[in-house]
Design a protein around this ligand. Structure first.
Ligand SMILES: Nc1ncnc2c1ncn2[C@@H]1O[C@H](COP(=O)(O)OP(=O)(O)OP(=O)(O)O)[C@@H](O)[C@H]1O
Ligand SMILES: [Mg+2]
Length: 302
């Protein structure tokens, strides 16, 4: 499938995938595709950072390869490993068959049959549909040595396996990195990328997202939900609800056949949008009633 020729086309085609994309984000996505630069997305939890990589991959008809980062992630889990148990079995079998050719066995053991390819190596393999989309998710969870290693891998898109030689991507993958900013990612890595801060959407866009994800939702209720959640984000709470929570809450309300928000319904379903007991305790009761009044007042026509 063709890469988009304009920013408008990026917006439209992501929209077809159910991803509502503002102009600024569409612009960096366009540039990242055009210039072949990795895209670094930072933002609060649940604002659609991971989702855009999925939407982009299906929009381009490319394979999505995901490297989920975590503390202690090392090169062997990210690039390749040797299949140790299978190697042991091969050695035992060779022994049982009596004195196989040691050189040949050695070659076989460290050949493609025993290589376990991890995401970074997979992303460098050619694909008939075009270079894959490589999502390096939550990079802020890894440690600095791994970051330095990634910097290398992203600069030349090749890896060297001592026993096999160097493998180079015929066409560099489309790379998306995300971070929740639990720590600052190193400048050197950021400099390589195009950067975009994914903010909470404004009212109109969040309503649009809700419509894209939950078409069954009535207009009135979706406006109330969004106005309430947006109000909630201005409160002094520990963990503000993301778009993911807005969608979850809408699902809950649909399942309960709610037509209109009321303080009682909100109290009963607050767990869909707030995930910390302190936050729930703070908002439950009069706080929720006040937020609902404000939300509904903002929606009155005129
Ligand atoms: N712009 C959008 N258009 C459509 N759906 C969206 C959009 N933004 C968020 N969503 C929805 O919100 C959910 C959460 O998004 P996603 O998992 O991408 O968030 P995230 O930013 O990666 O969060 P986290 O930091 O917690 O991983 C997705 O399932 C998606 O359906
Ligand atoms: Mg994510």
């Amino acid at each position: 499938m063709q890469t988009p020729a304009t920013i408008d086309e990026v917006q439209a085609r992501l929209g077809e995938q159910g991803y509502v994309c503002g102009r600024a984000l569409a612009t960096v996505v366009f540039l990242s595709l055009r210039l072949g630069r990795p895209l670094f997305l930072e933002g609060e939890a649940g604002v659609g950072k991971t989702e855009i990589a999925k939407a982009l991959a299906s929009m381009l008809g490319r394979r999505l390869i995901r490297l989920q980062c975590y503390e202690g992630l090392d090169a062997s889990s990210a690039v390749y490993e040797w299949n140790f148990p299978a190697q042991m079995i091969a050695i035992r079998t060779a022994e049982a068959q009596g004195g196989a050719d040691r050189g040949a066995l050695q070659q076989e053991l460290f050949g493609p049959d025993f290589l376990v390819e991890r995401p970074l190596l997979q992303a460098m393999r050619p694909d008939e549909n075009g270079a894959p989309v490589l999502l390096i998710d939550e990079i802020d969870r890894t440690d600095e040595p791994f970051e330095a290693f990634l910097l290398e891998a992203l600069s030349d898109f090749q890896v060297t396996i001592p026993e096999l030689g160097t493998i180079k991507a015929p066409e560099p993958p489309v790379v998306i990195l995300t971070s929740n900013r639990t720590r600052e990612v190193h400048d050197a890595l950021k400099r390589r990328c195009l950067y975009h801060w994914v903010d909470y959407p404004d009212f109109a866009r969040e309503v649009e997202i809700l419509h894209a994800r939950e078409p069954a939702l009535a207009d009135r209720l979706s406006h109330e939900i969004v106005a309430f959640v947006q109000g909630l984000r201005t409160e002094d709470i520990f963990k503000k609800p993301g778009v993911a929570e807005t969608i979850d809450w809408a699902k809950c309300l649909l399942a309960l056949d709610v037509v209109d928000l009321s303080p009682e319904v909100i109290s009963d379903t607050l767990g869909a949008i707030l995930k910390y007991q302190d936050d729930i305790a703070k908002i439950q009761g009069s706080g929720a009633a006040k937020l609902l009044r404000e939300a509904q007042a903002g929606l009155e026509p005129g």
